[in-house]
Design a binder for this molecule. Sequence first.
Ligand SMILES: Cc1cc2nc3c(=O)[nH]c(=O)nc-3n(C[C@H](O)[C@H](O)[C@H](O)COP(=O)(O)O)c2cc1C
Length: 173
Amino acid sequence: MTTLLAFSGSLRKDSFNTRVLRALPALAPAGTQIALFDISDLPMYNQDLDGETVPEIVAALRAAIAEADGVIIAGPEYSGSYSGATKNLIDWASRPFMAGPIIGKTSMVIATTPGPGGGKNVLPATSGLLQALGGKVVAQVGAAAIHEKFAADSDTIIDEEFAQQLREGLAAF
Ligand SMILES: Cc1cc2nc3c(=O)[nH]c(=O)nc-3n(C[C@H](O)[C@H](O)[C@H](O)COP(=O)(O)O)c2cc1C
């Protein structure tokens, strides 16, 4: 069994990136389990909060990443790069110093935009963060015009090319 932990770098309720994450279990190979971890309530990283005790959600986040075989980050592209939420998640998970659970973790990065950019800037930026922490990024999947890639009123992906890229990314774990 391969267990993957998925995070959305968009906190909004109807986020396309979050919807892509919800679509992943149907595209995953047999024996792969994907859990979505909600980071909406993660406080902004503050070293004063990061002592012998940490906020409950931080402890839960670190334990969940430590237990997972890999992580998936689907982020929006904000101002040509990753969102603050994505960076904040990585900052919390990168500590304790030299022992953060995301250090060396295998990952997949996804970025989708309704516009034509398709996450071309945020994919390498997010991958660069994970690689700087010693992780291997097994796949980077982007998509433009993401609003056209779902079935009406559901999180099912109907664009076969995009679905196939996601399948291959998941299989790469
Ligand atoms: C603050 C902000 C900055 C954005 N910057 C970009 C950008 O640089 N490139 C881009 O393609 N889209 C940009 N967008 C549009 C997002 O791609 C779009 O809002 C997308 O739906 C966000 O992802 P989500 O649906 O997962 O929330 C930006 C949106 C916001 C709110």
